[in-house]
Design a protein around this ligand. Structure first.
Ligand SMILES: Cc1ncc(C[n+]2csc(CCO)c2C)c(N)n1
Length: 214
């Protein structure tokens, strides 16, 4: 399948993508005006997200039918481990507890990831992963374009905008494109849209402080 699949997915989700990149959380982060309270809420919730992301990836590795895909996904496992360290070092420096419960949106997103890896098709699960990673690459690249490697956020900006990360995201997209068949398209489109919406919602949740009402 030609990589028009990837272009079509991104085109269909363009309004969500634009809203995501222009979200006040990212805008304020990029202009240095984001409150510490909001940033710390993101640190706590994204740490939870990455923890479950590792479980998601473990399921995906177990289901990958060939060595090429398993090895490429293993590279992501190493990267996610490194992300946990970045969060932990930041939390230690700022005396921030990472032992928090996930919010409804964080729990909804991670439950969706795990459900897709456990009961969706392989290409649906690859779609979810590619969408989530591409969203982070694009969001943090937009931040970097405005802010450079500002010390407060440098490790995250570097992590999600590096050339290695960019080529890994492209590799993942190619894996998806070459494995997707025509009948796979409707579930792939649905998985991509749901993930893009969750990516938008995650920024919105950490900006507004949305949490369990009781
Ligand atoms: C909200 C949010 N979206 C994407 C990432 C990047 N990322 C880190 S682990 C992982 C695996 C689960 O798909 C992904 C995509 C993030 N940190 N937070």
């Amino acid at each position: 399948m030609p990589s028009t699949l990837l272009d079509e997915l991104l085109a269909e989700a363009r309004p969500i993508w634009q809203a995501m990149i222009a979200h006040p959380f990212l805008h304020e982060l990029a202009t240095g005006t984001l409150s510490r309270e909001r940033f710390h809420f993101w640190v706590q919730q994204d740490y939870r997200f990455v923890q479950d992301g590792i479980r998601f990836l473990g399921l995906l590795i177990a289901r990958a039918p060939d060595e090429e895909l398993r090895r490429g996904l293993l590279d992501a496992a190493v990267a996610f481990r490194n992300e946990l360290t970045i969060f932990e070092e930041y939390a230690r420096q700022h005396a921030l507890s990472l032992a928090v419960e996930p919010t409804p949106i964080c729990l909804g997103y991670t439950s969706f990831l795990l459900a897709t890896a456990a009961t969706g098709s392989l290409v649906e699960a690859l779609t979810v992963l590619w969408c989530a990673e591409k969203a982070y690459y694009d969001a943090w690249s937009a931040v970097r374009a405005q802010l450079g490697l500002a010390p407060a956020y440098a490790r995250w900006i570097e992590n999600w905008t590096s050339p290695q990360f960019a080529s890994w995201v492209d590799w993942l997209g190619e894996q998806l494109a070459k494995r997707a068949t025509t009948p796979d398209r409707p579930p792939i489109r649905a998985a991509f849209l749901a993930t893009a919406r969750y990516e938008y919602l995650f920024w919105d949740m950490v900006y507004t402080g949305s949490n369990w009402p009781i």
